[in-house]
Design a binder for this molecule. Structure first.
Ligand code: ZN
Length: 501
């Protein structure tokens, strides 16, 4: 058995090496590559992706997984070897069900449409993409149909990123959240608008980046195994346990943009840096689902980085970096400015309270597209109607409406959006559990000390990598399934105070 397990691991390491090489090329493409490198880079990424897929879906991998089944069944569920065999089999069975031809058609089509979108969005040209988006819809359905037995056509696509969740379970959670959120948004809207003009003065790039790096060093992001570079759309990428990088972007007229993106991506990266080193190069090394991953970024961005205690500690340091801009702005005014709630058009700029309403709009619309109850050509109209009814705002054009997110144009329709809101829910539930275990955490944040929280996350979430599913993890860590009320309680306490509700 040991020889078979070692052979499986050797094969998985080779797959991981190919994927890691692809990640390096992708990171470089998004940070430093000159434009002329694009055609060859696209080809190289496609080649690496194909080789990785071929190696992972080789019949020998299936034979090894079969041969290892008795060994797996002889072990406790949470034994590392049992988890490795179980999770590898889950990934293997998923990948072998999709014909290689469909994989390459999806890859080529989405790469083509992504390039078109980068020009169509600034040109406000939805109509020019509609036929291609219809093709994406059909390819998404074709992919889902490789996994018969679903209840809703979106279920397999949701399961790819948030294993164990379905359209029905997500809908139920979202409906409950929405019912509770809408009255809070209305109550806040009835209050005077917060003045956040202090955030929109001129803030030079170098100082902005320096301050953000100081904070994530305090958080516990390990720069021996990571670094930060600039990009257009910030992301985190893991090449290996020893190299988990983040990216950010800077707007010199918006102090919050780079800072909170750095705190967010550092949260993703600390999760990856915290996975057990022994899992590196296997399917266990890395976060377990989109929702759990997003919960870790949102914890450090919001629960910590937008808290009053955090700014009691860091605001004097920020004022010292920007004395002209912030010298006469009180900590109280600054705290309110970074937590201003206002229904807006752009999801990625949305505040903590309205953000999830943006996600729900996208989730509902993509289910309708996949069901065939909404035609692609009618998408802009449906989008605007939902923004009007849910947020009370309508985009002046499709640029800041239906064309704003890359997901449908650079990937599939279905499966990509629910993780953002699931992440916010998990984050609140985990943070509640962490504070129950260690009531001193908020006071420590107020002193710029993050070791207790980081250690709790390390022990309860990070180290496990993908050993447990999201549902198993939340059960183990909080003693029950995913709940809506911790996020609602957090929002009510924080924003009830800010807006004197
Ligand atoms: Zn994220």
């Amino acid at each position: 058995m040991e020889a078979k397990l070692n052979e499986l691991k050797q094969r998985l390491y080779e797959v991981a090496d190919l994927n890691s090489a692809g990640s390096v090329l992708h990171w470089d493409m998004s940070t430093y590559m000159p434009p002329g490198g694009a055609p060859a880079r696209g080809r190289a990424l496609a080649t690496l992706g194909r080789l990785s897929h071929e190696k992972f879906t080789a019949p020998e991998v299936g034979h090894l997984l079969d041969a290892l089944r008795p060994y797996e069944e002889s072990l406790p569920y949470d034994h590392d070897d049992a988890a490795l065999i179980r999770v590898t089999r889950r990934d293997y069975e998923r990948e072998v069900k999709v014909p290689a031809d469909l994989v390459s058609r999806i890859g080529e089509h989405t790469a083509m449409l992504y390039n078109k979108w980068t020009e169509a969005r600034p040109a406000n040209d939805f109509a020019g993409l509609a036929a291609d988006l219809e093709e994406t819809r059909q390819l998404s359905i074709a992919l889902a149909e490789c996994f018969p037995g679903y209840t809703h056509i979106a279920d397999p696509l949701i399961g790819f990123s948030d294993y164990g969740m379905t359209a029905e379970t997500v809908r139920a959670v979202f409906a409950e959240l929405r019912q509770q959120l809408v009255p809070i948004v209305r109550a806040i809207n009835a209050q005077p608008e917060i003045d956040d003009s202090a955030l929109h003065q001129h803030y030079p790039e170098g100082q902005q980046l320096g301050f953000g790096l100081d904070v994530i060093r305090d958080y516990g992001y390990d720069f021996n195994r990571g670094r930060q570079d600039k990009t257009h759309h910030p992301f985190m990428t893991r090449f290996a346990w020893g190299d988990c990088r983040i990216t950010t972007r800077v707007k010199e007229d918006d102090l919050g943009d780079a800072l909170f993106s750095t705190l967010h991506e550092a949260g993703h990266a600390m999760y990856e840096q915290g996975t057990a080193e022994a899992y590196d190069g296997t399917p266990l090394g890395g976060g377990t689902s989109a929702g759990i991953h997003e919960s870790q970024s949102r914890t450090w961005e919001n629960q910590v980085g937008r808290s009053r205690g955090f700014w009691q500690h860091y605001y004097p340091a920020l004022q010292a970096v920007f004395p002209e801009q912030l010298g006469s702005v009180s900590e109280h005014a600054f705290y309110r400015a970074i937590n201003k709630v206002k229904p807006s058009l752009i999801r990625t700029d949305a505040d903590e309270v309205t953000y999830n309403l943006h996600v729900m709009i996208r989730f509902d619309l993509e289910l309708q597209l996949l069901e065939g109850t909404l035609a692609v050509k009618d998408l802009p109209e449906a989008w605007n109607a939902r923004y009007q009814s849910d947020l009370g705002v309508v985009a002046p054009d499709n640029r800041d409406g239906v064309l704003q997110d890359v997901h449908w144009y650079g990937g599939l329709i279905g499966g990509a959006f629910q993780g953002y809101t699931l992440g916010n829910l998990f984050a609140a539930q985990f943070f509640e559990a962490a504070q129950q275990a260690h009531p001193a955490i908020p006071a420590e944040i107020g002193q710029g000390k993050f070791g207790t929280l980081h250690g709790w996350l390390q022990d309860n979430i990070y180290q496990h990598g993908s050993k447990f599913t999201a549902a198993e993890l939340v059960q183990r860590v909080t003693g029950g399934p995913l709940r809506v009320d911790p996020l609602i309680a957090y929002i009510k306490a924080k924003y009830g105070e800010i807006y004197a509700l």
